[in-house]
Design a protein around this ligand. Structure first.
Ligand code: T46
Length: 138
């Protein structure tokens, strides 16, 4: 799994909290064309369940904790996102699901392109077929 660590600015005043920032092509490897976020999701709920054909994304849990499971069609990997200074890269052709570990956890996503339903593969069998086809083409 590929993670990016974002700069954190804090002073010695605990009440002040901290400030984090993300710059395109510096802290994430692509120009950011879209930002979206999921809020109000209940514990145990699973979002995602799809792969993207070309989209590159970075997932950041701003508050709470979210488990991410990724499946390349060959290998599976999981992690728990619970640190707002850490982003998980989700590239093309990775079936991914996000499971909410705490009520109200906030998941922020930076995406390399605008929304297009054509970029989604929402059926797991279609995804496996496409993985096999792309492997044959190599
Ligand atoms: C992803 C994971 C991490 C839009 O109209 N515009 C948007 O930019 C997005 C992201 C979604 N939508 C629509 C499409 C659906 O009708 O919002 C609805 C909910 O989207 P979806 O069920 O795909 O949401 P998640 O949380 O399952 O997946 C989202 C992203 O869609 C997806 O690209 O990789 O977060």
């Amino acid at each position: 799994m590929r993670f990016f660590e974002f700069p954190v600015r804090r002073t010695d005043i605990p009440e002040e909290g901290q400030l984090q920032f993300i710059e395109e092509e510096r802290h994430v490897p692509f120009p950011i064309r879209r930002v979206y976020y999921s809020t109000g999701v209940r514990t145990g709920y699973v979002r995602g369940k799809h792969a993207h054909r070309a989209l590159e994304q970075v997932l950041i849990c701003l508050h709470g904790a979210v488990r991410v499971d990724m499946d390349s069609g060959v290998e599976r990997e999981s992690c728990i996102l619970d640190n707002p200074a850490l982003g998980l890269f989700v590239g093309p052709m990775l079936w991914h699901t996000m499971t909410w570990i705490h009520d109200g956890s906030v998941l922020l996503v930076l995406a390399s392109d605008l929304y297009s339903e054509f970029d989604y593969i929402r059926d797991y069998d279609d995804f496996l077929r496409l993985v096999a086809t792309r492997k044959d083409e190599r």
